[in-house]
Write a protein that binds this ligand. Structure first.
Ligand code: PMV
Length: 313
């Protein structure tokens, strides 16, 4: 029997980095997915095939010895096989529509889809169980992950996230998002460490920025609930300025944001920064002009995913 599950990519609309220090973030799942197909096999092997490569290892290989690229998936596989006292091995295939390493949550979506797919071989997990396991898996490679990405990929929709939990905003948004990819691969953990150093070096400035960011998030929530695109866009621009101040934007991202200044409602980098993607707020009226303005970059229009993780079998 095969068990198939998929999970969506995500963007952070507001609050990245500040969330690590107890703030609130607003995330939005988008309609690009990663699919994990798993199958029990009569061998003592865990095999993973993905666009990142292939790995075939004894099923009880110590997790620290496993290549970081595959570690979260292998962690999920080992944990589930143990939980259900299974003698089998596992064959896992991963297919992704989500570019990796550019802030769209590909690794979180992979952890979520893997947790759901592999658990599904034994018993259908709840979304809460899937999230718990996916976050544990993600922490095998990024110990300080806030959990925001995994929550968004699990539940879908637009959500408010704090380390205490998630709240789906149940919005019926009238906007679309354009994502443009700088193609500069970033390391989230490196950027997060750099922000920590910034905080230690400039404690007063950082604390003021945290306060400003929380006020901004409350105003953005109001604007989102009112579907006031002009206001949401303005708030995104202010958020971009906060991210520039903590030095996680760069020239490429700043110039991408500038390119859509006159076409879109607003734009900012999304995720850790240092590269990766920008997210741009549009609707039907300015979608085409915005895509044209960004034509030198890989960019696409996206809709909000309201489903989250989904089991196919
Ligand atoms: O690069 P991404 O999309 O994985 O974004 C990470 C978001 C941070 O706030 C920078 C870190 C975190 O764990 O929330």
């Amino acid at each position: 029997m095969k068990s198939i599950a998929s999970a969506p990519a995500k963007v952070i609309l507001f609050g990245e980095h500040f969330i690590v220090y107890g703030g609130k973030a607003i995330l939005c799942a988008i309609d690009k997915r990663i699919t994990v197909e798993s199958e029990l096999v009569n061998s003592g092997i865990i095999q993973v095939n993905s666009t990142l490569g292939t790995i075939s290892i004894p099923k009880d290989e110590p997790i620290k010895n496993v290549d970081a690229k595959f570690r979260p998936v292998v962690f999920v596989a080992q944990k589930i096989l143990k939980r259900f006292n299974s003698e089998s091995g596992l064959k896992i295939a991963i297919r992704s529509e989500i570019p990796s390493g550019v802030g769209l949550g590909s690794s979180s979506a992979c952890c979520v889809a893997a947790a759901s797919s592999i658990s599904g071989l034994f018993a259908k997990p709840s979304k809460e169980e899937t999230l718990k396991l996916a976050l544990e898996a993600e922490k095998t490679v990024f110990e300080n992950a806030s959990g925001a990405d995994t929550a968004s990929c699990t539940f879908g929709g637009i959500m408010e996230y704090t380390k205490q939990g998630t709240k789906n905003l149940n919005l019926a948004p009238k906007f679309q998002l354009v994502i443009a990819n700088s193609k500069i691969i970033h390391s989230t953990s490196k950027v997060v460490s750099r922000v920590k150093q910034f905080k230690e070096k400039h404690p007063d400035e950082f604390s003021l920025l945290c306060q400003n960011e929380s006020a901004l998030i409350e105003e953005s929530l109001e604007a989102l609930k009112a579907n006031d695109l002009k206001k949401i866009g303005e708030k995104m621009n202010v958020n971009q300025a906060h991210l520039q101040k903590i030095d996680v934007s760069n020239q490429t991202l700043d110039s991408m944001v500038q390119l859509v200044k006159n076409t879109a409602y607003g734009a900012k980098l999304t995720g850790a920064g240092d590269g990766g993607c920008i997210v741009v707020l549009v609707d039907e009226s300015n979608l085409k002009n915005t895509l044209d303005a960004l034509s030198e970059y890989e960019c696409f229009a996206t809709k909000i995913d309201t489903v989250g993780v989904e089991q196919k079998v």
